[in-house]
Design a protein around this ligand. Structure first.
Ligand code: ASP
Length: 452
């Protein structure tokens, strides 16, 4: 059985919904279809989720919501009418949204917001199920409420209650035909609607794939495959990635590969379900397969990612290496301030700690530097900002000497100096830190060397 998830661009209008139906019906294994809310139809358009947020904000202010309500209903009505689904489904959606708005006075702000946001996916699933039925196919809308998708944590940032897996597995074993399931939300134990973070339909798909032990989790979006480098930086990039491992995906997503949030697919990864990224607009393309292992060609890499906005806390002290507990006390300072660190390259008498810039705003920086001086009595401490990190990723690199040398030579050839290097013994990637202003030139140079 395959679980397939379709993102907002795949459901933006009737033509896209028709593509979704064709894809699902082309393979009888595609039995569970997870849908997002309708996304943008063209670059200047607004996603239905954003329209719903605007509608919710207006209702919370106690203002007239007619315009925002009309904009939401209009999106569904356009799809339903073009697909000849009849007026009844549009009335159902109108009623659903009106009912939700009416709850504004009885719910906390965050609860109300989630209730409204969830309407996007919920009604999208109803439309898609109706569209299958209109083609004479056996399909049904199934609610997260009826299948035991129980969420905990904060509204708008909820997580799955792990007990849900067993309930979900039982619920799905009883369904025949195609199940159309709304992504992005579930219910708390108290029966309140709660949503995952934005983009959370990927999480729903991944959870269902794990719950039913799917053969594959197909994630349909609007790209043919994952590219080895950001096409905005290297527009001429050719040849998408055919297969990559979970570890490679994690390393690339960490440094900004934006196909999906790395956390979104944790349930599928833990259950070792292969993930196939595919394009709704080119269903003939095989897409990118992400799985536990792959055949590796020594000396090759799978991708290059780059991310901005890091900073580096540099601490120097003569004979640091002999001071027992130095590292622990240094990290304790960060822990006391609630700061997670990313990398920790070191020299004999120096220790660098790379953290995300947003975790160390100017006010906190002063506090951290003072605490390091107090606790460790260093010879020197400073914070460098505007650092970018480059991740060169590939399981194949551990079998070949000179991969790091090749990367450093490529950067040297365009006059870029590397300020830090970090490579774990798993050798699935290495990290190079450079100045942010050099990021794009660096990525192009690395691409040319490894893929050109
Ligand atoms: N519709 C939600 C969003 O725009 C969730 C999703 O599409 O995955 O964030």
């Amino acid at each position: 059985m395959k679980v397939c998830k379709f993102g907002g661009s795949s459901l933006a209008n009737a033509a896209q919904v028709n593509k979704v139906l064709d894809i699902v019906l082309a393979d009888p294994a595609r039995r569970i279809v997870v849908v997002s809310a309708p996304g943008k139809r063209h670059p200047g358009d607004t996603k239905v989720t954003d329209l719903l947020i605007e509608l919710a904000e207006t209702a919370l202010k106690g203002e007239n919501t007619d315009r925002q309500y009309g904009a939401v209903v209009e999106r569904y009505a356009e799809i339903a009418q073009t697909l000849n689904l009849g007026e009844a489904i549009v009335r159902t959606i109108e009623l659903d949204i009106t009912d939700r708005i009416a709850k504004v006075a009885s719910l906390e702000r965050d609860e109300f917001m989630d209730l409204m946001k969830a309407a996007g996916e919920d009604n999208s699933a109803k439309i898609v199920a109706a569209a299958f039925c209109a083609r004479g196919k056996k399909a049904r809308y199934v609610s997260p409420r009826d299948t035991g998708m129980v969420l905990t944590g904060r509204f708008g940032d909820a997580t799955l209650d792990p007990c849900s897996y067993a309930t979900l597995a039982r619920a799905f074993s009883g369904f025949a035909g195609i199940v159309v399931y709304p992504g992005f939300f579930g219910y708390t134990k108290e029966g309140k609607v709660a949503t995952f973070p934005r983009g959370g339909s990927d999480i729903t798909g991944s959870i269902l794939a794990a719950a039913v032990c799917a053969d594959v989790y197909e994630n349909f979006t609007d790209v043919d495959s994952v590219y080895p480098v950001d096409p905005r930086i290297v527009p001429e990039v050719k040849g998408g990635i055919q297969t990559m491992t979970y570890r490679e995906m994690r390393e690339l997503a960490y440094a900004g590969f934006g196909v999906f949030a790395d956390e979104a697919v944790i349930p599928a990864v833990r259950a070792r379900i292969p993930i196939n990224i595919r394009n709704t607009n080119h269903p003939g393309e095989p897409g990118t397969m992400i799985q536990q292992t792959r055949r590796v060609v020594p000396g090759t890499i799978v991708g290059i990612a780059a991310a901005d906005g890091f900073c580096n806390i540099v601490v120097e002290k003569y004979l640091m290496n002999r001071e027992v507990g130095f590292g622990r006390r240094l990290l304790q300072v960060l822990e006391n301030e609630g700061i997670a660190y990313e990398h920790m390259p070191s020299g004999v008498d120096s220790q660098c700690i790379v953290v995300k810039g947003q975790c160390l705003p100017k006010g906190k920086e002063h506090k951290v530097v003072q605490a390091i001086r107090r606790e460790l009595n260093p010879d020197f401490v400073s914070v460098e900002r505007d650092i970018s990190i480059l991740m060169v990723v590939g399981e194949g690199m551990c079998y070949t000497a000179g991969m790091l040398a090749k990367a450093c030579l490529a950067l040297a050839s365009v006059g870029i100096s590397v300020s830090m290097v970090n490579q774990g013994s798993s050798e699935v990637s290495f990290m190079l830190a450079i100045r942010s202003q050099d990021r794009e030139t660096a990525v192009r140079a690395l691409y040319k060397t490894f893929f050109g």
